[in-house]
Design a protein around this ligand. Structure first.
Ligand code: NAG
Length: 238
């Protein structure tokens, strides 16, 4: 068993390594400011002003105003952790949706909330808060909205989740358990979107931040709604 397990880990490491290396090189390149400016375009003042007219886009471009170094031991550890979780997750499109325990709060991001309000008649929305992507004692980012150290206990996690609720007060919010079962089952770290129907995974978003696309969720739900509204079978009685 032990042997088998280490065999699996070794195979996973070999499979995972090229992707990890690619991300590591990208982070290293992003430490050259000229490259960072070219790759991560900041919205201009005009665009920012124009955006206030209509509703903002579901998926604004990934924008890093972080001036910290990106290529650090902590960032590499975080990337490796996320890619490993992604590799070993049990959630796959078409497969049974894992149903790990979460901690409910009595009572959550803006475009997610807009979407939830729009589709409230056809879907139930749930945010599950997992471990921090940028804890203040880990991969520190000046883009992180809050100063949250790694959760040492459930109380820490529940307290941090309250801050998330302020961003989306009307959306049901639950919290991953301290064994991080939901994050592992869904490969959710750093952030991820799923659609589950009748216990099956119907949509699996990419890993955030770059794969986190609320617009994909929206188009899936739009198509689903259209299907619901158009009678698919017409019975003609003679
Ligand atoms: C779960 O995540 C926390 C960070 O929030 C970490 O301290 C803890 O060790 C993780 N637990 C397991 C079982 O990996």
């Amino acid at each position: 068993m032990g042997l088998k397990r280490s065999g699996i880990s070794a195979a996973a490491c070999i499979l995972l390594f090229p992707r990890f290396l690619l991300t590591a090189v990208m982070l290293w390149l992003l430490d050259f400011l000229c490259i960072r400016k070219k790759m991560l375009v900041m919205p201009t003042a005009e665009e920012a002003a124009g955006a206030s007219e209509g509703p903002p886009p579901d998926d604004p471009p990934v924008c890093v105003s972080d001036s910290n170094r990106m290529f650090t031991l902590e960032s590499l550890k975080a990337v490796w952790h996320g890619q490993k979780l992604d590799f070993f997750k049990s959630a796959h499109v078409g497969s049974l949706a894992p149903n790990p325990e979460v901690i409910q709060l009595d009572g959550q991001k803006r475009s997610f909330q807009r979407l939830a309000a729009h589709f409230v008649d056809i879907a139930d929305f749930l945010l599950v808060y997992i471990e921090e992507a940028h804890p203040s004692d880990g991969w520190v980012s000046s883009d992180a909205a809050y100063n949250i150290p790694k959760h040492q206990c459930l109380q820490d996690r529940l307290r941090a989740a309250q801050l998330m609720r302020e961003g989306a007060p009307d959306c049901p919010l639950a919290v991953d358990t301290m064994d991080n079962a939901s994050s592992a089952a869904y490969g959710a770290y750093f952030e991820r979107l799923y659609i589950i129907q009748e216990e099956k995974v119907m949509y699996q978003g990419g890993r955030g931040p770059e794969g986190y696309k609320i617009s994909e969720l929206r188009s899936w739900l739009d198509q689903y709604k259209t299907r619901l509204q158009s009678p698919s079978t017409v019975v003609i009685q003679v």
